[in-house]
Design a protein around this ligand. Structure first.
Ligand code: NAD
Ligand code: UDP
Length: 313
């Protein structure tokens, strides 16, 4: 069995993926430039005989021999990906070319971590994979959205032109332990604010919706898609169709934490999508997958993690 490469392996999703792959007996090469990733996420794997860590930026080419590549390298939080937008674009474009070039040489299968952001501020609801999206190509989110759209195009083109086996997973908002508490995404913000007794920052009127998937569910879907021996599936949505407004989410976080934090309304960031909800019929049909963990259970597990983190500070 050839090693599995996980780019972005020290990040939130990547580190959980490394754990699962090690558990399943794989040899894992984790590559990360530590922009948003943390050594703490993978510290427990250092020294494991089947785990190897390489500090590397995928914008530069990498020579390793691997059988499969999970390409997760890319900041995911709007705060992080807008910090250096040109770098974000390079990661999803030049980085993707490097990953696909490596796959071509090694005859490796590639799974690209795409995103619901390819749908932009969607006019079709819930979002199906055949919807082309509604993206502002010059807005503040475009470095991420358009980068991921080009990455999808590169996957399709390397598959058609060079026979590289590619899988595209369109991930909808995913949360859980190991999301950096300063990451800036809504669930980590709300939980940390609630636990510290600080106001929960709601952007806009809080009526915008998102669909939140617990990390374990997401990774199960990701692994099933990677294992699928079908090269013509195209992108597959993986997310939890339970749709919540940010006001409902804030309420749920207050209930789970028992916090009395007030709500603090802040300006809505430009181009913030109004609604987000996956149609997961394709994942159900192709992968036999659907999420099992509801929001309350997922929040409880995540709150336990942050309580421990804060207690250790
Ligand atoms: P994250 O920020 O925790 O992880 C990203 C990792 O990639 C970090 O460890 C970071 O240091 C690394 N990285 C960034 N640029 C790199 C580069 N140029 N070279 C090497 N490493 C680099 O975010 P996450 O939530 O774990 O997201 C992982 C992937 O899943 C990303 O590609 C993201 O776009 C995608 N995704 C995540 C979500 C979600 O809700 N979590 C939703 C949609 C898509
Ligand atoms: N959001 C919020 N308060 C926060 C952080 C985010 O109300 O402290 C909102 C944000 O405006 C968006 C939703 O929560 O409408 C999800 O934001 P996140 O950054 O988690 O992900 P994305 O916008 O990429 O889906």
């Amino acid at each position: 069995m050839q090693p599995v490469l996980v780019t972005g392996g020290a990040g939130f999703l990547g580190s959980h993926l490394c754990d699962r792959l090690i558990e399943r007996g794989h040899e894992v090469i984790c590559v990360d430039n530590f922009f948003t990733g943390r050594k703490a996420n993978i510290a427990h794997l250092i020294g494991h005989p089947r785990f190897e860590l390489i500090r590397h930026d995928i914008v530069h080419s990498l020579t390793v021999e691997v059988g499969r590549i999970f390409n997760l390298a890319c900041p995911a939080s709007p705060v992080a990906y807008q910090f250096n937008p040109i770098k974000t674009i390079k990661t999803s474009t030049v980085g993707m070319v490097n990953v696909l070039g490596l796959a071509k040489r090694c005859r490796a299968r590639v799974l690209q971590a795409s995103t619901s952001e390819v749908y932009g501020d969607p006019q079709v609801h819930p979002q199906t994979e055949d919807y082309w999206g509604h993206v502002n190509p010059i807005g503040p989110r475009s470095c991420y959205d358009e980068g991921k759209r080009i990455a999808e195009s590169l996957c399709m083109n390397y598959s058609q032109a060079h026979g590289v086996e590619t899988r595209i997973i369109r991930i909808f908002n995913t949360y859980g332990p190991r999301m950096d508490q300063n990451d800036g995404r809504v669930i980590s913000n709300f939980i940390v604010q609630a636990l510290k007794g600080e106001p929960l920052t709601i952007y806009g009127d809080g009526k915008q919706t998102r669909s939140f998937c617990f990390v374990d569910d997401l990774l199960e879907g990701m692994q099933r898609l990677m294992d699928l021996d079908d090269n013509d599936t195209g992108p597959v949505n993986v997310g939890n169709p339970g749709e919540y407004s940010m006001l409902e989410l804030a309420q749920a976080v207050l209930e789970v934490t028992g916090s009395k934090s007030p709500i603090d309304y802040r300006p809505l960031p430009k181009d913030d999508p109004t609604r987000r909800c996956p149609d997961i019929s394709k994942a159900k049909r192709l992968l036999g997958w659907e999420p099992r963990i509801d929001l309350k259970t997922g929040l409880e597990k995540t709150v336990t993690y942050y309580r421990k983190q804060l207690a250790e500070e």
